[in-house]
Design a protein around this ligand. Structure first.
Ligand code: HEM
Length: 417
């Protein structure tokens, strides 16, 4: 068996806190190895990066998710007993529920709602004298759209608070201390709210359109004919709304990219759907969101002459795979045209996970994310003009999740018809 680089648990804890997103990427470059080990007492932890590693990681014969997601992430970001924690038949059944919502008709319905929300928002911003913090506005815009799409009743007076709670759950995923506690509280608030909606639908007090995620999660029957536990149905309903609010993060990064690459803005203003699509893909490749993913070895195997014992924890480097030299030329540059050459592999470009959307844990909302970003870019480039005043647009790679510090402030918004 081959020896791979090993680092201590202490140095990796310090490295992760200091470096954040590029923690695995930096070590793989330094060791000239796509694989290294973190020495943790009583647990083998292997970190791996690149398209070949990702192909292995998404082989369900080799890995399971049960026990791989830290409790602190389930208590904030995901909730407990959700699809992310399931394996095998239970996972396939649950994932089918999500994918049954992601039909072209349903995605079109979401697009229609998004268009309407963008038109209303631009009109409002154009009538606002002061500065607009795009990130805050987008969380609300997306929360309104996501709830309308998912069949979740929400009043206008509730939007700000609920959008804030969904974001606090996302904001807690790499946090300790106060941010983590805020995420826990927001989890409870959103789960209580959604459980009430699930029960309301089941008891006939709330009517929601067929095919919406509220309808699907509330009324689904398991093979034993029982409905999902109300708490689990609430967790899964949230799994279709919260991440749409999180797309605000990518949209703000897209606005940053337009600002820093005026040649791209110009191209998109006069370009077609393919130009927008390549830009969207580059935003998802270049700007960090998910740092790495964890799974446990199902049964022992060897890969590249390295032994993976049963129960070992394996971390797949999402950040580094999206920059891996085997796939990406000039990976540290923002360059949308690279997607003219991309081979469409399910393993070398994994901002929302890899493999198959139906069979693996790959993000159920990837198509929705791409569509939402395309709509946002169309409005940002073709239907509005704005000024970007001086502000702190830097973002910290050591913060997870990360976004421009100022939240991307715009002023003097003009509507372009
Ligand atoms: C899973 C990222 C948007 C629903 C995931 C995973 C990642 C991810 C990295 C884990 C993949 C894995 O474990 O292998 C993102 C990012 C998003 C986003 C960066 C945009 C900001 C969405 C949207 C939805 C969604 C819009 C739904 C409307 C899900 C679900 C899973 C998931 C249900 C669990 C899938 C499973 O375990 O089988 N996402 N996602 N996500 N995502 Fe997303």
């Amino acid at each position: 068996m081959r020896n791979i680089p090993r680092i201590s648990a202490w140095s990796s804890a310090v490295g992760l806190a200091r470096e954040g997103f590029p923690f695995i990427y930096n070590r793989c470059r330094r060791f000239q190895s796509d694989l290294f080990e973190i020495k943790v007492p009583f647990l083998k932890v292997l970190c791996m990066s690149g398209p070949e590693a990702s192909r292995i990681f998404y082989d369900p014969e080799r890995f399971v998710r049960q026990g791989a997601i830290p409790k602190r992430i389930q208590r904030t970001l995901f909730g407990e007993k959700g699809v992310q924690t399931l394996d095998d038949a239970a996972h396939r059944r649950r994932k089918e529920l999500f994918m049954s919502i992601m039909t072209p008709e349903n995605i079109q319905r979401l697009s229609d709602v998004m268009h309407e929300q963008w038109r209303m928002a631009i009109r409002k911003w154009a009538g606002t004298a002061g500065p607009i913090i795009l990130f805050d506005e987008l969380k609300e815009l997306l929360c309104r759209a996501a709830c309308a799409w998912a069949g979740v009743p929400i009043s206008e007076s509730e939007v700000k608070q609920r959008a804030g709670q969904f974001w606090e759950r996302v904001d807690a995923f790499g946090a300790v201390g106060l941010r983590h506690l805020r995420g826990r509280k927001a989890r409870q608030q959103t789960e209580d709210w959604m459980r009430g909606i699930i029960l309301g639908i089941r008891e006939g007090r709330i009517t929601v359109p067929e095919g919406t995620s509220a309808y699907v999660m509330a009324l689904h029957r398991e093979p034993d004919s029982k409905p999902l536990e109300a708490q689990v149905a609430a967790v899964e309903l949230i799994n279709t709304v919260r991440p749409i609010v999180a797309i605000a993060n990518y949209i703000v990064f897209a606005a940053l990219a337009l600002h820093e690459h005026p040649e791209c803005r110009n191209g998109l203003q006069h370009g077609g759907p393919d130009d927008i699509e390549r830009f969207v893909q580059e935003v998802r490749r270049y700007y960090p969101f998910a740092p790495f993913l964890g799974a446990k070895v199902r049964s022992a195997f060897d890969w590249r002459n390295v032994h993976f014992p049963k129960g070992a924890m394996v971390l797949l480097d999402v950040y580094g795979t999206n920059r891996h030299p085997d796939t990406w030329e000039r990976p540290l540059e923002f360059w949308p045209d690279r997607f003219r050459q991309w081979d469409g592999s399910a393993y070398n470009f994994i901002p929302q996970g890899g493999g198959d959307h139906y069979k693996n844990h790959r993000c159920a909302g990837e198509w929705v994310t791409i569509e939402t970003l395309k709509i946002a870019l169309t409005y940002l480039t073709k239907h509005m003009e704005y000024t970007v005043p001086p502000q702190d647009l830097s973002f910290k790679l050591s913060r997870m999740p990360t976004f421009p510090r100022s939240g991307f402030i715009i002023t003097q918004v003009r509507e372009k018809l």
